[in-house]
Design a protein around this ligand. Structure first.
Ligand SMILES: N[C@@H](CCC(=O)N[C@@H](CS)C(=O)NCC(=O)O)C(=O)O
Length: 204
């Protein structure tokens, strides 16, 4: 059975747990601590030189880091990817948007404001306004799309929705107010209503 190297409260790891649950793909979870540097040990760096989770490890030794790459791999040929090549490109468009314009602000604000040690947060406090400005800009882009679409790509729930859901539904942890984004809030509700959906806290 593949091993998912992960942190339970990480949205990036939640994306993989959620997709594997929706697709009934069995995985074993191997947990790492949030503050203990356990993804930076020489042993872990041999598995992922980038020192981060999620990381998917197969019994035959194949290794795949990066939440978006893992989502893409697990869902290939399934209902979580659109059939048309154009729609799959649109799905990737939103997944790259998530990684460059959304996660670095919405997820980072959540980490520092909710999980970091208070003395560490103080060193980053001056960055909070920038995280909020850029994170709100990303939520605004999502709001514009969702005013006229139920889903991000191909007219159906896909891994683009999973990628964006992970840190959007938990954005309040980073000081964002989703009530300012009614179309995003309605989509968050739609995602959570999908059959087989599991919350971030769930192990599988
Ligand atoms: N782009 C990566 C980001 C992965 C990432 O930032 N992982 C964090 C947890 S959410 C991590 O492993 N942090 C531990 C560290 O940097 O030492 C992805 O989407 O998988």
């Amino acid at each position: 059975m593949p091993i998912l190297h992960q942190m339970q409260m990480s949205g990036n790891c939640y994306k993989v747990r959620l997709a594997s649950r929706l697709l009934n793909i069995p995985i074993v979870l191997k947990d790492y601590g949030l503050h203990d540097g356990s993804t930076r040990t020489p042993e872990f760096l041999k598995l992922n030189p980038n020192g981060r989770v999620p990381l998917l490890e197969y019994e035959d030794g194949r290794l795949l880091p990066e939440s978006g790459a893992i989502l893409f791999h697990l869902s290939e040929g399934t209902r979580l990817q659109p059939k048309s090549a154009w729609d799959r490109a649109q799905m990737l468009n939103w997944m790259f948007f998530e990684q460059y314009s959304h996660e670095p602000y919405v997820a980072v604000a959540r980490y520092w404001l909710t999980f970091a040690k208070p003395e560490e947060l103080e060193k980053k406090r001056h960055l909070v306004p920038e995280w909020h400005a850029k994170g709100n800009a990303a939520l605004g882009v999502m709001e514009t799309h969702l005013k006229t679409h139920d889903w991000f790509a191909g007219g159906a729930y896909s891994i683009a929705d999973i990628a964006l859901y992970a840190y959007t539904h938990s954005a309040a942890d980073g000081g964002f107010n989703l009530a300012e984004y009614p179309a995003v809030s309605a989509w968050v509700y739609r995602v959570a209503e999908q059959p087989g959906h599991v919350p971030l806290e769930a192990r599988r």
